[in-house]
Design a protein around this ligand. Structure first.
Ligand SMILES: [Ca+2]
Ligand SMILES: [Ca+2]
Length: 239
């Protein structure tokens, strides 16, 4: 009995990232990947995070759901009032985040200039976004969803996820996602930026967002390091 208990303690729980109740990424010895079926039944201690970086903990059990309509991996039996709450297991730390308001005149200007730079006639706005230090160098970057919204289903409409960061003394705008093809069941597109932090406790920060169209969503885990963005994991739901 004692040996069994000791063995149980020695089995490390999986490192996962959870949005709402959905497990969106899993860390293995080979890196991050889409959550696998093998997570089914595993217990996790999760830390949840809110904008002010207050951390609350809860225990959960992972459940693999084969569908239909589609395969998913989620935390069993939790009711999330806010579907966008970000949680992680595996000793995560979360970067403090300031939410961006689309009403801010400065961001309005940035959105309009971005639309112009893409040759779009429709005037977009910043739908959501965050200011956070994505690479941990002490300076904040800006991650924002720039979109023309649901009313524009014509050629000039688009949705983009954009990173603004410093390169020397210059502000650089890097497009992470862009979708501007409109037509039957093509739009509207939207995006959500959840947050940033060192989710697996390895000393390097990651950030996470979702890009969505009527066919499904893609949740992406990325890293911003030495001025470059790297994709670590994409988990898709839908077609
Ligand atoms: Ca930074
Ligand atoms: Ca990390």
């Amino acid at each position: 009995m004692i040996l069994t208990a000791a063995l149980a303690l020695a089995i490390a729980e999986p490192t996962v990232i959870v949005v709402g109740d959905t497990v969106v990424a899993e860390k293995t010895s080979r890196g991050w990947r889409t959550p696998a079926k093998s997570l089914n039944g595993q217990k996790v201690s999760l830390k949840s995070w809110k904008n002010d970086s207050t951390v609350a903990g809860f225990e959960g059990e992972i459940e693999f759901d084969a569908g239909p309509p589609m395969e998913s991996v989620h935390i069993k039996g939790i009711e999330m009032a806010d579907r966008d709450v970000l949680s992680a297991s595996g000793n995560p730390t979360f970067a403090p985040v300031i939410r961006i308001s689309g009403d801010n005149p400065e961001y309005k200007k940035i959105a309009a200039a971005y639309g112009k730079s893409r040759g779009r006639k429709a005037v977009p706005s910043v739908q959501s976004g965050i200011q956070a230090d994505l690479d941990g160098d002490g300076r904040k970057e800006v991650l924002m969803v720039i979109a023309t919204g649901e009313n524009v289903k014509k050629e000039s409409g688009f949705c983009a996820i954009v990173l603004r960061h410093m390169s020397g003394s210059k502000v650089v705008t890097t497009t992470l996602e862009f979708n501007g093809k409109w037509g039957y069941m093509r739009g509207p597109y939207s995006g959500k930026v959840y947050g940033a932090g060192d989710f697996d406790g390895d000393g390097t920060r990651e950030f996470i967002y979702t890009f969505e169209d009527p066919w499904g969503t893609e949740t992406k885990l990325k890293q911003f390091k030495n001025g470059k963005v790297k994709n670590l994991c994409t988990t898709a739901f839908g077609e």
